[in-house]
Design a protein around this ligand. Sequence first.
Ligand SMILES: [Zn+2]
Length: 266
Amino acid sequence: MRTNGIRWTSVSAVLALVGVAVGAVAVGVSVSASQSTIAPDIGDARVSLGTQSARVIEQVSYRDGVERIADVVIKNGSPVGEIDDPDVAAAWKIVDSVWPASLRAELKQVSVIDEGPRGLVGVVHRSSTGGWILSVDRVDLPDRRLVQETIIHEIAHVVTLGPDVFSFDTEAGCNGVTITVGCAFSGSLMARYAERFWPGGAVDAPPSALADVYAASAPHEDLAETFTAWVAGWPVVSADVASRIEMLSADPEIAPLAAEIRDGMG
Ligand SMILES: [Zn+2]
């Protein structure tokens, strides 16, 4: 999943694809801890390619009620061109403080959305060009720590739900473990995590024993919230969380990534 994929750098290449909708699936939603209701996944999205200011912007169709505000394309780990939208500039500043160098090639676009008061903070979509699109709710931008922790959560999705280890399409069957959003390939961290902590599809602990209540919503959210708890240094509230962190910390890809994020955040 570390490939850069194909960047559409010429207008003709883009125009050839205008109108072609590529299926994309949202896999990450993090909710504000202050919200009493849990926002569901943002839902199936469709991505189409278009142009904006001579740059290629992928336009994600979010679920109803989510308004797209502005975007910036990321190339080689940095924004392409000047960021003129103040919300995107604020979002990028926070992303830049968290997103690790070793994973920069995976980040293809940062989008700012307005989701209203329902509790969504961030979401990731697979980009149709390979890599990922990170969307952040502008309402939450003043809360730097919340957005940072949300980005850590989304990073967990990026590394455990990439195309080399996960498929959102289970129509052709699943050679690993089927979870809420798709098929975790056999032997992958997501598959092993789900098998161990969500045996038979049900979580093995009460919600109060997990990293937070959102972790109880699905195996991939459990993994992402546990990763966030570990990296951000939340109190380890139970033996269930401790054993989950132990599994993540033993993973040869996840462990160095966690250290890199922590170091980068200072
Ligand atoms: Zn998530």
